[in-house]
Design a protein around this ligand. Sequence first.
Ligand SMILES: *Cc1c(COP(=O)(O)O)cnc(C)c1O
Length: 359
Amino acid sequence: MATRPSPRPDVAAIPRYVPGRRPTPRPGVTTYKLSSNENPFPPLPGVVEAVAEATVRSASYPDPTCPDLYEALEHRHPGRDLLAATGSVALIFHALLAYCRPGDEVVFAWRSFEAYPIAVAAAGATAVRVPLTADGRHDLDAMLAAVTDRTRVVMICTPNNPTGTTVSHSELTAFLRELRDDVLVLLDEAYVEFVRDDDAVDAAAVLEEFEQVVVLRTFSKAYGLAGFRVGYAVGATEVLDPVRAVALPFGVTEVAQAAAVAALAAEDVARVRIDALVSERERVLAGVRAEGWELPVSQGNFVWFPGAGTVEALAAAAEDLGIVVRAYPPDGVRVSIGVPEANDRIIGLARTVRQVVDH
Ligand SMILES: *Cc1c(COP(=O)(O)O)cnc(C)c1O
């Protein structure tokens, strides 16, 4: 019998990340990809120029200390340590790798970000999935009850991908006060810029009170830099240092650092675009609800159609209209907020599918 290198036995069981599909080109139809929560705007002013300038230095390794990026971020997170990586997804992998021994448990809400179970399995840890409430929110009481002696990490996603719901500041701080101090909490705020809740989590206050918390942010969504792969963690040096220790050397390229710095410098334009996406989100939510759908409040750049037997019908009807959405059967369908024309099609789609489902 031929032998070959054998991987860790648990690796075969790791679920594969399914990327958002690209639309199939169709003659005469403008297609839209609303399956990956990408920003529909072109790069922010100054980004392309900064990137072009940085490519000149491509024969050299990037500066792993990200000096310009950390300087631009520092005043937003005074007194905290920062750690950039190739997207915040990399920080989730690295944090779990640094904090979990085989068999340790990682508690997170489900359904949530698809990368969580993959990262937990890759670290050799055990995923403990706590079902969302009926309205798509984190059930923090149940999550607290799921914490055992084996729990090393709790991941909280707010706004939650894919349901768009948030954890409030008072809910989170009440949870953290009850949680053992030696459990690492990854607070995934990938969509924080789109939040308009009055009682939204105040990450700075949380970091001030709870050293066990690491906040994760990304340039992929609000800043429209998904292709450059830059995210960062904010927290205490003692907590982030082990994560730094396991990180890949030279992950964030000079070009990606330049893109992120330029995007931060264009903050004013970014804000206008984020406001436009938020107002489109509200328009889509109102339009779709007017057709009889019960969508949860969303604070992200996407909306969530809960399942109830409509997942396949919605995804197929969207495909017919030249739109790719993200179906998570049987739970529901996530639709990213795109340009107004794409969003109009989603509202139209909600009407036609409702008519089919109701008859
Ligand atoms: C998109 C997303 C991320 C991060 O994406 P990166 O591109 O890796 O920075 C992290 N968490 C959630 C919940 C996301 O949806």
